[in-house]
Design a protein around this ligand. Structure first.
Ligand code: ZN
Length: 131
């Protein structure tokens, strides 16, 4: 019954998206920081985030909320990509990662092969690298 009432209440409203999820995560982080420091501004920001999150969830202006979320995703994409490549690297014990000294291109070599000659596919530079 509660479920049906909630479904009815949320009908035509925006609900959750990635931006709201992000706001909640930031809110939780602020709350955790708030356990250690006593900054009033932190609580104020946390409160604003919760209100913003609620407002967005309950909003009936779905087009506008979708546009906000799309903008957020566009801004967050490079950061998310960097984070996921970092995680992939941390899980990869078989390769050593480094940047090409000439062009900065991300490269990897198999671990434990001693000194090897590396050829950069991006700029064509050849150099020695410890693996
Ligand atoms: Zn290069």
């Amino acid at each position: 019954m509660i479920r049906r009432a909630l479904t009815q209440f949320m009908a035509g409203r925006y609900g959750g998206d990635q931006l709201n999820m992000f706001l909640i995560v930031v809110y939780v982080i602020l709350c955790v920081i708030g356990l250690f420091v006593r900054w009033g501004i932190l609580e104020l920001i946390a409160l604003v985030l919760v209100i913003l999150c609620l407002f967005r969830s309950l909003s009936r202006n779905i087009d506008r909320r979708r546009a906000e979320n799309a903008k957020f995703l566009q801004l967050a994409r490079p950061i998310a990509r960097r984070f996921s490549s970092f995680r992939a690297r941390m899980g990869d014990r078989d390769h050593r990662y480094f940047k090409c000294p000439n062009c900065g291109q991300q490269m990897r070599v198999p671990r434990g092969k001693g000194r090897i000659t590396v050829h950069c596919r991006s700029c064509g530079a050849t150099f020695e690298e410890k693996s």
